[in-house]
Design a protein around this ligand. Structure first.
Ligand SMILES: *[C@@H]1O[C@H](CO)[C@@H](O)[C@H](O)[C@H]1NC(C)=O
Ligand SMILES: *[C@@H]1O[C@H](CO)[C@@H](O)[C@H](O)[C@H]1NC(C)=O
Ligand SMILES: *[C@@H]1O[C@H](CO)[C@@H](O)[C@H](O)[C@H]1NC(C)=O
Ligand SMILES: *[C@@H]1O[C@H](CO)[C@@H](O)[C@H](O)[C@H]1NC(C)=O
Ligand SMILES: *[C@@H]1O[C@H](CO)[C@@H](O)[C@H](O)[C@H]1NC(C)=O
Ligand SMILES: *[C@@H]1O[C@H](CO)[C@@H](O)[C@H](O)[C@H]1NC(C)=O
Length: 172
């Protein structure tokens, strides 16, 4: 009855499970600024940003005609006043992928004057809903652990059903 659940099945099964385990934490979202309208004047990017949820590890990407526009990361003063004194980074490839590696508010503006025409965007990056190791201090962990249990139960439910599928074929 174990015949059809041979080593090939088991190896594929284990590979699949390990791939899931390895990939799930690094699945990052690429947030394309302005969606299909891209990085252009006269778009209210506040509305765009309000419609997205950003997590640490996600990317924000700017699409625009190269040489026409660019992107600067600035601080709040730079964002409010369209100034570049606070720039900590600039991009101009026309297809710029910028990693959002910190849980904080980011500010991006266009550096060629179009900031005044709306080419500015500010996004809040949230920490990943993460295992108990993070911030044991302020949190009452009873509510946090409930969040963690769900994906793990889902994970084991998947593993068990795959295993039953595998062994089930053996019993037919
Ligand atoms: C963009 O939309 C937000 C939310 O409705 C509004 O508060 C803001 O004034 C708008 N910005 C511009 C430049 O129109
Ligand atoms: C918000 O996102 C949804 C789904 O992605 C989209 O259908 C909707 O048009 C968006 N709204 C705005 C204001 O961008
Ligand atoms: C920048 O804008 C703020 C208001 O957002 C204002 O109080 C401040 O004086 C401005 N700073 C400069 C350097 O223009
Ligand atoms: C932004 O950076 C400028 C220049 O470094 C600085 O003068 C200003 O105080 C900063 N603003 C904020 C809100 O940190
Ligand atoms: C753009 O960034 C580069 C480094 O990446 C820096 O050397 C350059 O001065 C920046 N340009 C401006 C206008 O800030
Ligand atoms: C969490 O909250 C419960 C009651 O809701 C309390 O009994 C418990 O001591 C709290 N734990 C921590 C670590 O604050």
């Amino acid at each position: 009855m174990w015949k059809s659940c041979n080593s090939t099945h088991l190896i594929l099964f284990l590979l699949f499970i390990s791939a899931l385990a390895v990939l799930s934490p690094i699945l990052a979202t690429d947030h394309i600024v302005g969606a299909n309208r891209g990085w252009n004047p006269s778009i209210n990017y506040t509305l765009w940003a309000n419609n997205q949820t950003f997590y640490v590890g996600d990317l924000i990407s700017f699409r625009y005609p190269k040489n026409q526009y660019n992107v600067f990361e600035v601080n709040q003063t730079g964002y409010d006043n369209c100034t570049l004194d606070s720039a900590v980074g600039n991009w101009s490839s026309g297809k710029d992928f910028i990693p959002l590696n910190q849980a904080k508010r980011y500010y991006f503006i266009c550096g060629n004057g179009q900031c005044y025409n709306g080419m500015k965007v500010s996004v809040v990056v949230h920490p990943l809903p993460s295992p108990p190791k993070a911030a044991p201090s302020a949190h009452n962990s009873s509510s946090d652990s409930a969040v963690l249990v769900v994906p793990q139960q889902g994970f084991w439910a998947l593993a068990v059903s795959l295993a039953m599928l595998c062994f089930g074929f053996g019993w037919v």
